[in-house]
Design a binder for this molecule. Structure first.
Ligand SMILES: [Zn+2]
Length: 209
């Protein structure tokens, strides 16, 4: 039997329906109102979150090391990595574009991965449940804007192609990059925040050392 937080509904055999949010006894198996399946904690939630996060972390390297843009012009071909692009925009004094690309493609994915890893660790240790729940909400919120990263690249390709005789194509990193975005989104959704409170309950009921 899993240990649940002392004041949780789960301890009393109650579960929240994920479809209509009715709380009812889990032994009903199905929600009495909307007939969808009831379950307590997503038991593989944590493993799935870890697996998706590790996969995202692995893809993060080719996303940044491989060229994201391939520029073909009269003077020859040129390839650019994300950071190379940021540096180039900065040198051309397009500071705003440089900052947007840097935060969308470097800062946000890294913060997202760090947040998901600390949440997964908290689901084990149960430390600082209030702070962790706040981190979860922020991660969920950022998740909605994840696609910004991919959009920035898409818009960039379109804008540059309009303005000049250059032709620009997405490079190999673009696929890895989309992979990072999708995997971190899935990792965040598969994480069950109630696990933090279960772990907090276990930590509380154990004698302090
Ligand atoms: Zn229901």
């Amino acid at each position: 039997m899993r240990a649940f937080a002392p004041h949780s509904a789960a301890r009393h055999g109650l579960a929240l329906c994920h479809v209509c949010e009715l709380v009812s006894p889990v032994r009903n198996v199905r929600c009495p109102r909307c007939r969808s399946r009831l379950h307590l904690r997503g038991s593989e939630s944590l493993q799935r979150t870890w697996a998706l996060t590790i996969a995202a972390l692995i893809l993060y390297f080719p996303a940044n090391l491989l060229p994201i843009l391939k520029i073909t012009s009269v003077t020859g071909d040129k390839q650019n990595t994300i950071l190379g692009g940021v540096v180039q925009f900065w040198q051309q004094r397009d500071y705003l574009v440089a900052i947007i690309i840097f935060s969308a493609s470097v800062v946000i994915p890294v913060l997202k991965i760090i947040a998901i890893v600390s949440l997964s660790l908290a689901a084990r240790t149960g430390r600082r449940p209030f702070g962790m729940t706040r981190i979860y909400r922020v991660t969920e919120f950022i998740g909605r804007w994840s696609m910004t990263d991919v959009f920035v690249v898409a818009i960039l390709v379109a804008v540059v192609q309009l303005g000049s005789a250059l032709s620009i194509h997405p490079g190999a990193a673009a696929i890895s990059f989309a992979g990072v975005v999708i995997l971190t989104m899935l990792a965040a959704t598969s994480f069950d925040p109630r696990l933090i409170w279960d772990a907090a309950g276990r930590a509380e009921s154990k004698p302090n050392d």
